[in-house]
Design a protein around this ligand. Structure first.
Ligand code: ARG
Length: 588
């Protein structure tokens, strides 16, 4: 379906043309004076210079030439030359009915679906999942869902950090504790045990212990670095330990992400790219793209238009070790070969921006990816505590994701049981659903690149710009609909009639913006635009609800129209929260 804003633009553009002006001056925007009008056009102002005419005269001309109004209801020129527009109530109702009749609620899917990889999550295996990775998972999941909704073919790849120094640390500590294990016996020729020599609980303790030791003890650190090198060069026993670490951690990660309602199509990682590195480096050298600089192999990426220095992308250290950038480049080689994507979107902390600039430029310049492939970095800010510092536990330690979720659920549980609208037996499950909305909406309602304060009290509140408020609104609609059907009403074959009241029309105007908002959210990779929209939509609904006797309405046709509008509002809200990655309960 065409967007309403485009329909009015066409109508007004035609009037500009009939009046002898270029139709491109008929550009429409949402009104910035909602007290005066719903939409506005500033084209007469813009055209004044080109046509050497007072803007007000142009506006008058255009309005005189608006012969048959379809979508436009009232139109008026105001000094010095603005054109103020209100939509026709009939056209709005008929547009909403068409939305209701469309499975996609009127969105126009991409004409040329792109194949897109979203690289998000990016946890580092064997290190505890902490809140820093929460943002990547939440924003990435939403971006993936939005792109899919717009009709693109999207694969989400977790891109595990599974090939680094943490592996050497764990191997070293394990060897220290259990030197008798076969993995450490270089003479061993038999079959290694199938069972991992540790549980996830033990693994979670081994890593921080080893990491702390390495910081204090230079000799220990050397051993860990050496173990990392041996692993990366294919040491037989270490490779099996690495597999064990992977199996145990990935199982745990899957559980954690499932809890977050985050799912990946690909569980690939840095380790998967390693086999492509030698060839890639060989080719980069042969083609003259990489050269030695102070012992290291680098690709120059500085461009003439740069105002700041962009250091070269380092792909091999003097000791032959590869780096973060090497892995990302080799991953591109692989992604092109295996999936041939049109676009890749990366999510990571915004402090990694320079890394991605270096990788993207290197990939383009060397032909690792095609010139038309779009590489995009979506950098996010830090999640802070109320003190403005990175979010910590009450004791000041690093906040683990599991504990954060548990804390929020507990808070929600208290609120829900205080409200007494939900049976005790349902309260735990409801707290989980509502808690997820508090966390995700709290995050997504901020522009990704900004740091934000994770404020448990605010995020879990049922009032204000929060996830629970949105859910509360949906639950309220569901409850009215249930009462309606319980009273014998039927939800089929209803249609929306032209708005009778102002708050009703305001709600309708919000509802019809749905496809426009989705398009913008996708175009700008900005889930926060969806949050801002549903907050407005929920506010418009609640205002309408407080001013209107819905179920007590005596005119049956009018009541049916209200119910149809409620159904549409609920469908839009539910579709939007699904794009944000959470859902609504039946009661709360
Ligand atoms: N593992 C990285 C981190 O914890 C994030 C990975 C982002 N993706 C990528 N292709 N580099 O910061």
């Amino acid at each position: 379906m065409k967007k309403m804003i485009d329909l009015i633009e066409e109508e007004l553009g035609a009037a500009f043309e009939r009046a002898g002006y270029d139709r491109s001056y008929g550009k429409i925007t949402l009104s910035n004076r909602p007290d005066l009008c719903e939409y506005q056009c500033n084209g007469a102002m813009a055209g004044a210079k080109a046509y050497r005419k007072a803007p007000f005269m142009i506006a008058d001309d255009v309005i005189a030439n608006l012969t048959d109004k379809v979508h436009i209801g009232e139109i008026e020129a105001v000094k010095p030359g603005f054109i103020n527009i209100k939509l026709s109530r009939e056209a709005v109702a008929s547009y909403l009915n068409r939305m209701r009749g469309d499975a996609g609620l009127g969105i126009e899917k991409a004409e040329n679906p792109q194949s897109i990889i979203v690289d998000y999550g990016g946890p580092n295996v064997a290190k505890p999942l902490h809140v820093g990775h929460l943002r990547s998972a939440i924003i990435g999941e939403s971006v993936k869902r939005i792109a899919r909704k717009m009709g693109h073919k999207v694969l989400g790849d977790i891109h595990l950090g599974d090939w680094g120094y943490q592996m050497g640390l764990i191997i070293t500590e394990l060897k220290e504790r259990q030197p008798e294990l076969a993995y450490f016996d270089d003479e061993f020729g038999g079959e290694y045990p199938k069972e991992a020599p540790f549980t996830i609980g033990e693994l979670e303790e081994i890593y921080p212990t080893a990491s702390a030791k390495a910081k204090e003890d230079e000799e220990y650190r050397e051993r860990a670095l050496n173990a990392t090198r041996l692993l990366q060069n294919g040491h037989r026993g270490y490779t099996v330990v690495w597999r064990h670490i992977m199996d145990v951690s990935v199982k745990d990660l899957k559980k954690n992400y499932e809890n977050l309602n985050v799912t990946f199509d690909l569980w690939k990682g840095e380790s998967d790219a390693q086999s492509d590195i030698p060839d890639m480096i060989g080719r980069l050298k042969a083609d003259g793209f990489a050269h030695i600089d102070q012992g290291a192999l680098v690709i120059d990426v500085q461009e003439e238009s740069d105002t700041k220095e962009v250091p070269p992308c380092m792909i091999q250290k003097s000791d032959g070790a590869s780096l973060y950038g090497t892995t990302d480049l080799a991953t591109l080689v692989q992604r092109r070969r295996d999936y041939d994507p049109d676009q890749i979107i990366y999510l990571a902390d915004k402090r990694q921006e320079l890394h991605f600039v270096q990788v993207f430029r290197s990939a383009k310049k060397t032909g690792i990816i095609a010139p038309e492939t779009k590489l995009e970095f979506l950098g996010f800010g830090t999640m802070n505590g109320k003190d403005g510092k990175p979010f910590k536990t009450r004791e000041g330690g690093i906040m683990r994701l599991e504990s954060l979720i548990a804390d929020i659920e507990e808070e929600m549980y208290k609120k829900i049981t205080d409200n007494r609208t939900v049976e005790e037996s349902e309260a735990k499950a409801t707290a989980k659903i509502v808690g997820m909305s508090a966390i995700k909406y709290g995050d997504l309602s901020n522009q990704a690149a900004k740091d934000y304060v994770f404020d448990v009290d605010r995020f879990t509140s049922f009032e204000g710009n929060t996830g629970p408020y949105i859910l509360y609104t949906i639950v309220r609609i569901k409850s009215i609909l249930n009462k309606y059907t319980a009273g014998g009403g039927c939800l089929e074959n209803l249609s929306i009639a032209p708005a009778a009241g102002d708050s009703e029309k305001a709600l309708m105007l919000e509802a019809l913006r749905y496809s426009d908002v989705l398009e913008t959210a996708y175009g700008e990779l900005a889930p926060h635009k969806i949050c801002a929209y549903i907050y407005e939509l929920a506010n418009a609904f609640n205002k309408f609800y407080h001013e209107t006797k819905i179920l007590a309405e005596e005119d049956e046709k009018q009541k049916e129209s209200y119910i149809a509008l409620l159904l549409l509002t609920k469908d839009i809200l539910e579709s939007c929260i699904d794009l944000l990655g959470f859902e609504a309960p039946e009661r709360m």
